[in-house]
Design a protein around this ligand. Sequence first.
Ligand code: ADP
Ligand code: MG
Ligand code: MG
Length: 906
Amino acid sequence: MASKKKPIYFFGNGKAEGNAKMRELLGGKGTGLHEMTRIGVPVPPGFTISTEICAFYYAHRRRFPRDLEKQVARALGRMEKTLGRRFGDAHNPLLVSVRSGARESMPGMMDTVLNLGLNDRTVQGLIQCTNNPRFAYDSYRRFVQMYADVVLGMKASSKADTDPLVAILERKKNECRVQFDSELKATNLQELVEEYKAEIKRRVGKAFPEDPFEQLWGAVGAVFGSWNNDRALAYRDLYHIPHHWGTAVNVQAMVFGNLGDNCATGVAFTRDPATGDKRFYGEFLVNAQGEDVVAGIRTPKPIAELGDAMPRAFSQLQHVCALLEKHYKDMQDIEFTIENGKLWMLQTRTGKRTGFAAIRIAVDLVEERIISKQEALLRIEPDQLNQLLRPIFDQKDKDRSSKEGRLLGKGLAAGPGAATGRVVFHADDAVEWKKRGERVVLCREETSPDDISGMDAAQGILTARGGMTSHAALVARQMGKVCVAGCEALHIDYNARMLRVERAELKEGDWISIDGSTGEVFKGEIQTLPSEVLQVLLGQSLDAKQSRIFQKFARLMKWADEVRKLGVRTNADQPDQAAIAKAFGSEGIGLCRTEHMFFQGDRIQAVREMILADDEAGRRRALAKLLPMQKQDFKGLLEIMGRLPVTIRTLDPPLHEFLPKSDDAIVELAQVMGVSVELLRDKVNVLQEFNPMLGHRGCRLGISYPEITEMQAQAIFEAACELRREGKNPFPEVMIPLVGSRQELHEQRVIVERVARATMKSYGVKVRYLIGTMIELPRACMVADDIAREAEFFSFGTNDLTQTCLGLSRDDAGKFLPHYVLQGLLPDDPFVSIDQEGVGALMRIAVAKGRKTRKGLEMGICGEHGGDPKSVAFCHEIKLDYVSCSPYRVAIAKLAAAQAALRGTI
Ligand code: ADP
Ligand code: MG
Ligand code: MG
């Protein structure tokens, strides 16, 4: 091996060779086990085979390094000495679990084998030691079943097919007339083992391995193998986890939650992962093992009841949880087993949480003095803030639905928010229907890793079984999906494609509404309202004091404001958008697209008159009609923004965008306008362009028709002067688009300045204003020093700069760009996240050249990228003054800016 690191790391008896910093080598689960051992938490002893061995395994045609066998034998020996049991011993056998564990947790992707080391001989030893044949055979039949699934590949081959061994178990339960496996007797379980083995021989063509070492190596190989199973590959693609990382393997002594009624197994979160409430949250099952809790076989009990059943173990568990939270300074997701009243911890990791919980927990931990404000800011994924804006159900409409008897049932509130959509039962259908533009709710008995893409496609997820730690709840939290889990009133019939409750039935395609904040499930559609946070921000019905989540959000934003260096503006053309942005704390408007105003109502008429006019006089007549309307618009925007800057871009799109395309529409318009069809058709033809993106647009329009720029400038300055007269202090920034040379900007600037001076003079007031340009052509970047002689600000139009830099049309790229990203030819979609190497390099040049000419030249970005956290970080790095994004992304941009500032200083 190239590395000098050890292949194997031992933990047990309060000592561990690994620690929390060795995640890359030991995987998440491994570091957790080592670290817990280290800090004195009770953990069964074991060892971790490092991820480097996994890499070796794949690099050497699925073979292990030569000396690994010796190393494993040595580590097993240490476990045997610690426990006084021996692996494969006929009298006092040591049993182990073989557990996968990658760097990032990949829920349900990898498989675990429990009770390994059992065979027909050692099971007798287990009976002797425990005096409990039922337990011994229960463990044995679980082992054979898991081994067959995980190592021998006997999982159900398709969704329609059930797992053959599960079918045998079901048959046995029916024969014995019991509902749960926990009710089967020792002899039944013993029979099951035999029946399983026979089925395995039949299907696999080989006998079940009796040799414990053969079992062990088979399991280790299977864990490594599972790193590249289809589910794991799909999951990593979805979450951009590198495929070369590999997984570690943990081999750990078994402890037993299935020894009797003073035994249990459970999972818990140290805080509520959906809301972030500070309360111990989890589930357990008495006399059970491993994944019984999450598998939805028996319904688990809420963790609080463990206090009644096993008070000592429960208080020990609470103590351990508090210790872990303090130690890791974050909410933990834990797995534990209680064996004869004694607590054993089997896993701890940072708990996945919803956006709501992320904010709540981060702010609470600061208030509890466990972390600093800076740490809190760095803990939250900026995109998670989106969840705060997700609509909620209109309470009145919901009440009405209840009165009409449309409430179908109640499950667990596993993913906050409201979702309405049409019922589908299979993940593939969810994907298909979404492609057709349908909104769907994926309804399942329970979900499995195969359903990931369908869960992603659905508006919301509804399951009939499973708890807060079930697969559905877990994944929903991670994806930020609306989810109601474990709604037991539901019966789902996959064959009939029906969902039944006592009084109602829903077919595939029927409408259903689920409330992931309350767990309620309704038939039909329910009206939605803006989220709690939005309602407070917009001053609708809710008051800040009534909304706890708003208060936490507001604190977080305040902390972000304290540290960020980048300003955050917004892209808005309408007063209502500007109002929302301002409520979110936007510090100005970074882009007002004036053409959007041209399309409203009957203005388009005047615009068309202008386009059709034969001469300047005709154009001026039409423009005069537009002037008062534009002025009103600008006044509205400037007024709302108060003293904050409002960047107004002069007309940008090619004129043919304002004319109809189809012949019918041309005929119709000709009538309305009272011109001949021929004339109109001619005009449309003349304006027709082969490549409109590079055509007669941007400042090129204003240069051909200076009167357009003149009218817009006049509207801007009349609006500003009127406000000034009213005692306000408006601050327009006039922005000339698509400039490629200083001369172009100069021509436009002269017009704007002349109008500004004349207007201010006639109103008798002075208005603060700037004249600047968009930087959206590579040439503009290269001659930015020259352009800066005329510009008081630069605003990077990164949409067009990306198109022109990469030679890529955004409207046509859909055919191949996704493939590029998937294949890694580009790290990200360059229209989502700035292409830092290419576009970013141009921006750096422009920044340097611009500031060389004019110190303090104001610089911002107004492309779509302004709301993308990665791009925001880049803008911070190249020292722009601000980013401008859509109103709903202002908070995201602020948090991203704060994080960029903190990462730069830490
Ligand atoms: P996953 O990654 O799917 O959570 P784990 O390796 O954590 O898989 O194993 C699943 C469950 O199996 C654990 O939560 C625990 O209940 C049980 N388990 C694993 N190892 C042991 C062990 N040594 N003793 C008892 N139970 C175990
Ligand atoms: Mg699992
Ligand atoms: Mg686990």
